[in-house]
Write a protein that binds this ligand. Sequence first.
Ligand code: MIG
Length: 650
Amino acid sequence: MITKVLFGVPFPTDAVTQPVEQVRELKHFSVGEEYGCLIFTCPLDADEVVYGLGETTGGLNKRGGQYISFNTDTADHSDSNPSLYASHNLLVLEKRNFCIFFDTPGKVDFRIDLNGSGKIEVICRGNMAVYQVEAGSTYEAVREFLAAVGPSYLPPRWAFGYGQSRFGYKCEQDFLEVMEGHQKAGLPLDYICMDIDYMDGYRDFSVDSSRFPDLKAFSERMLKEGIRLVPIVDAGIKVDPGEPVYEDGVKHGVFCTNKEGKLFQGGVWPGMTHFPDFLNPKARKWFGQQYKFYTDRGIEGFWNDMNEPALFYTEYTKGPKKLDLALNFVFPRLRKKVKERHTVRDYQSFFHQVDSKPVCHYDVHNIYGGNMIRATSEGLSELLDHRYLIFGRSSYIGAGRYGGVWTGDNTSCWEHIMLNLRHMASLNMCGFLYSGADTGGFMGNCSRELLLRWLAVSTFTPLMRNHSSMGTRAQEAYRFGDPEAFRRILSLRYRLLPYIYSEYMKAALRSDMYIKPLAFTFPEDEKVKNIEDQLLVGNSIMIAPIVTKGATARNVYLPEDMTMVRYDGRDFVCTPCPKGDRQVEVPLDQVVFFIRKDRLLPVGKAVCNSREVTAEDLQLLGDGKTYELYWDDGMTRNCTEDNIRVLEKS
Ligand code: MIG
């Protein structure tokens, strides 16, 4: 059962869309007040596991950490950093079959058994709703929460293909090279992302015509080869008198204002920009309509970046650049402090219009990014009559109805494969089904071994995109010598596509998670509670990937009898395995995963593009009897249970 408790008059975040009964008391948590803040406290048993918080650092079990919801553009994804790009204020108390959502657009400080305190403390400002769900199991509690949030975003089928990206692709030639590189090496591909260099002077809704003389013709040419272009769109609109998008935005009053009542200016890639007031429906509408620039040119997939919003400086904190660099060099710590102070000041210095009243950005900071995704999604749903791809960087719970997320600027290191796994499970609890990390890592140089192992993990995440930063080693799968091992791993993604697509769509239609921790399915098994490197993907598969450098084998715990599947690039070798621990060899060019007891896994043919994937002649692996397959044309908006049919093992 889901109920809510109000503290003051809550700010409407639109996170929860279904009606929820209001009650007076919170379960499990007591509430105090100090220095104008609310403090929610819940004592924890020694063995209690706490899940949740979506995209945060730390373990899948959040115990022992501090997490601050305050959307931040940061490349530090280590456990000592309390804030990443998103705010997903949901805690899941596994032992109590209970989850609780602190629905406030401002900063929230979560201290979960911090320094062995033996309790959860949540500190934030009032004027908020707190939602709580009690159910017969943890899994049911989360599903009831997801139902209250509302149905997940539905991407087109091609969005489940493999995507290639790099901060540094500039002109047509670069994109052709990437396409041909994959084709020549026999590697599948569905889309290539266009990073900020496609734009004219980093202006949204523009293209550099010296690099792309005819974007429409180019996108059509790529599409003939099955490759879609997926441009980036940033939050800020360049201050640019005389330029139509800018002038139109000014004319329609869609930008945030400053203390003086003028349009606020913040420095990002294009130089000074105005920030669309995504909290205002009129501004969302305006921004969404601008995508016509791309849809007119045959483009139907996008990523939204810098929507925390990231600020390099503002009209109030623009200091001399040289001094800033020098300070960073000599006193990096001091510079960090100065920056932090600037961030607060910057976010306090601009305003939104909510119901015709000014609202300080700082107080509603965490819902800005998600509302950019919403603006994009609502615009595209008017411009197109079928599904489109959209994923963003910054988000708040509820944005999962409008699009997906990627987890930002990670690093080419082994720890971040683990972080990727944890994020997937935690994001799914918060309604972000379409998600994934920069496969291979964004910062730093990726090794062949790391990329192969990472691809073997991303094979199971809805968003499977290889992305890296300029200045790092080229990371396309054909750049590491003999591509055979990459071909083997990537072919698995396309052979599993009918399953991945089907499980995703069923999860979305049924307020379910696509990826979940083992404990959600095996609540009685004490051993699975702290397993973070094995996850359930859909309802048939358990994965247990290699996440350590140099390892060629690992221990896997099977909570029930399962079928082990070894994919060597050609055949699926199935071995029945009894419940319990097992040492499993996984050579670098293979993927091993498990099919659950009494379940089936449909697999298709190895193809090089999602348009060649069909639901015909699927092979059924595993010891189950039936499989419910969701299938449609991959584009229609008419996604219902009617598209599900039952496959039987003969
Ligand atoms: O300030 O567009 O997270 O994926 O390649 C950096 C350039 C801006 C950050 C994104 C990253 C993207 C990069 N962007």
